[in-house]
Design a protein around this ligand. Structure first.
Ligand code: UGA
Length: 451
């Protein structure tokens, strides 16, 4: 049952996690086969083109495809049989009640099992998808065993190793992980995977070996904690606004200097979104409730986040009065910069509320316009440039902190807008500079405050 360590890897599921993992191992000289059920995706990847935007990914993918280290194939079997290790990185979306949908994990485990029935040698399975505690041992293991006729721990290895990459810096994070968590079904599986990681990532990265459910929980607890941190600072920001002279940016700086708190993820704003925090916090809540535990803090974290959209609209109304018929320029639509991802983007929540108030929305995003059109449709007039978006507007709301917007100065708004009212939802501008020339309001900035 020793693994050959021939450096052959397969990846099932080609979202951010799957494709970045695949590109990483290919860049380290491993022979990587990725599989998809879509011919279009296979052809695209084999042409070196990522199916989504992510900084640095296109160049790297092109290189590893040209070097023949990464090949996409249709269907799972060929990829699995041509490798020693298979990563499962399929999506785990939400069901309507917020609980996790494990359909794709189950399908992958079934197909891996069927393929392993045809293989004599030891094979390691690594679950990378975010799954609720118990999934690897209670769903993946029995499904693979049933379909392969083999025994976990003896004939194949099984580990759960959560991924902590962030969209927008997915390639950097994949190549430079803070830690590697290995949830092992058995000691040998853990040892094989640790060896693989040490070879690929080097000896410097801290490795934590635990059991599978603990690894699964580490991922949820990490995302839930980060979401809590952001909801916390957003609530503090809203309180700061009540007191002239307080600025949440400085409050967060002062808090962050305490190493017990840390400065990261204390940027107050319009709320959190994306494909992970909302889905994972909801899944953890649903999981707890199913086990008859009431996760009161996590439920508040979600509520505070959803309320933040209402708070943004209230700030706008404080500055403009009635919003009916007013032209509102929304700068930034994606859930954060450097991605075209619109999943659970705060922009959509805010725009919904603005529409209900009768506002006329014009919006611009450097990257997410196509995806935004699918979600927002005719609620929004899409502009081709910042200038077109802002021209004649009664208020400009900054929703996503793209670099392109950070470069703008007060004069850029004054010369184009009907009323130069800037609502800075991401704290990208210096209040002192903007208050001199514009009507400037910002999340967490007490009225009349110059920052
Ligand atoms: C998040 C985690 O940060 C990753 O560690 C994890 O691997 C990933 O989820 C996942 O589970 O796949 P991601 O969703 O890409 O990564 O984005 P983040 O950078 O965490 O931002 C999430 C949201 O929080 C964004 O809407 C962002 O604007 C918001 N945020 C973040 C703030 O409003 N303030 C902050 O200080 C930080």
């Amino acid at each position: 049952m020793r693994i050959s360590m021939e450096k052959r890897v397969s990846v099932v599921g080609l979202g951010y996690v799957g494709l970045c993992t695949a590109v990483f191992f290919a860049a380290k000289g491993y022979k990587v086969k990725v599989s998809s059920q879509s011919l279009e995706k296979v052809e695209q990847i084999n042409a070196g083109v990522p199916p989504f935007y992510e900084p640095q990914l296109d160049n790297l993918l092109k290189t590893v495809v040209q070097e023949d280290n990464l090949v996409a194939v249709l269907g799972r079997e060929e990829a699995i049989l041509d490798s020693d290790v298979t990563f499962i990185s399929v999506g785990t979306p939400s069901l309507p009640d917020g609980s996790i949908d494990l359909r794709f994990v189950c399908e992958s485990a079934t197909e891996i099992g069927k393929a392993l029935r045809k293989k004599a040698e030891y094979h390691l399975i690594v679950v990378k998808s975010t799954v609720v505690p118990g999934t690897t041992e209670n769903l993946v293991k029995p499904t693979v065993e049933k379909n392969s006729g083999k025994i976990a721990g003896d004939d194949f290895g099984l580990v759960m190793s959560p991924e902590f990459l962030r969209e927008g810096s997915a390639v950097y994070d994949t190549f430079n992980p803070d830690r590697i968590v290995i949830g092992e079904f058995d000691e040998h599986s853990g040892a094989v995977f640790e060896k693989l990681c040490k070879l690929a990532y080097g000896d410097e990265v801290p490795v934590l070996r635990v059991n599978c459910p603990t690894a699964e929980m580490i991922k949820y607890a990490s995302n839930a904690f980060l979401a809590t941190k952001v909801s916390f600072i957003n609530e503090i920001a809203n309180i700061c606004e009540l007191v002239p002279g307080i600025d949440v940016v400085k409050v967060a700086k002062g808090m962050g200097l305490d190493p017990r708190i840390g400065s990261r993820f204390l940027n107050a704003g319009v709320g959190w979104g994306g494909s992970c925090f909302p889905k994972d916090v909801k899944a953890l809540i649903a999981f707890s409730r199913k086990e008859e535990f009431k996760p009161l803090l996590l439920e508040s974290v979600v509520r505070v986040n959803l309320e933040q959209a209402r708070h943004v609209v209230d700030l706008m109304k404080e500055g403009l009065g009635k919003l009916e018929g007013r032209k509102i320029a929304v700068l930034g639509l994606s859930f954060k910069p450097n991605t075209n991802d619109m999943r659970e983007a705060p922009s959509a929540r805010i725009i919904d509320l603005l529409c209900k108030e009768g506002a006329v929305i014009h919006a611009y995003d450097p990257m997410a316009m196509k995806d935004a059109k699918e979600i927002l449709g005719d609620k929004v007039n899409f502009s081709q440039t910042v200038n077109e978006c802002v021209e004649g507007a009664d208020c400009c709301l900054i929703v996503t902190e793209w670099d392109e917007f950070k470069k703008l100065g007060p004069d850029d708004f004054v010369k184009l807008m009907k009323v130069p009212f800037i609502l800075d939802g991401r704290r990208i501008y210096d209040p002192a500079k903007f208050l001199d020339k514009t009507k400037y309001k910002a999340i967490g900035l007490g009225n009349g405050n110059r920052g």
